[in-house]
Design a protein around this ligand. Structure first.
Ligand SMILES: Nc1nc2c([nH]c(=O)n2[C@H]2C[C@H](O)[C@@H](COP(=O)(O)OP(=O)(O)OP(=O)(O)O)O2)c(=O)[nH]1
Length: 132
């Protein structure tokens, strides 16, 4: 039976109304695909704490997680992901990639120009539909 992993991802918006996109490196699982940065939720951790922790670990900045944007379950070849996308803003520091190959701030209308991890497609659609 495939394992189900619970993953939180931050949809971070800046003052120019751009969204932070992160390119998974060739060494990561689901390589060379774009995602909203984040990671696995630990046992007994709430999703908002998890996403703030993951961003600090991966990008070295502090975010404030706001409301839930989208939740999607997607079946990959080797596991099932429960991807929880949470809206956030940066409250301290600048995001610097440590594991990702690249970070990119994109206008929401340009989001579909990237090759997204398949599990992220519903969240990307949700962001594109949003006006504010
Ligand atoms: N972070 C993140 N992972 C995603 C997204 N979409 C998607 O399919 N994934 C997949 C890729 C990975 O297989 C898994 C998350 O694992 P990860 O490697 O980023 O998380 P982690 O840092 O907690 O994992 P680990 O290396 O400590 O095991 O979910 C997304 O938007 N953000």
């Amino acid at each position: 039976m495939k394992k189900t992993v619970k993953v939180v991802a931050a949809v971070i918006k800046n003052d120019q109304d751009e969204i932070l996109c992160a390119l998974r490196s060739p060494e990561m699982s689901i390589p060379n695909m774009w995602e909203f940065p984040g990671g696995k939720v630990e046992a007994n951790e709430d999703i908002y704490t998890a996403v703030e922790r993951e961003i600090e670990e991966e990008l070295g900045c502090k975010i404030k997680s706001n409301e839930l944007l989208n939740e999607n379950t997607h079946e990959y070849d080797t596991f099932i992901i429960n991807l929880i996308a949470i809206k956030a803003t940066i409250v301290e520091g600048i995001p610097v990639p440590s594991e990702h190959s690249k970070l990119l701030w994109l206008k929401r209308d340009n989001l579909d120009s990237l090759k997204w991890a398949p599990a992220d497609i519903p969240a990307v659609e949700e962001v594109r539909k949003e006006k504010v």
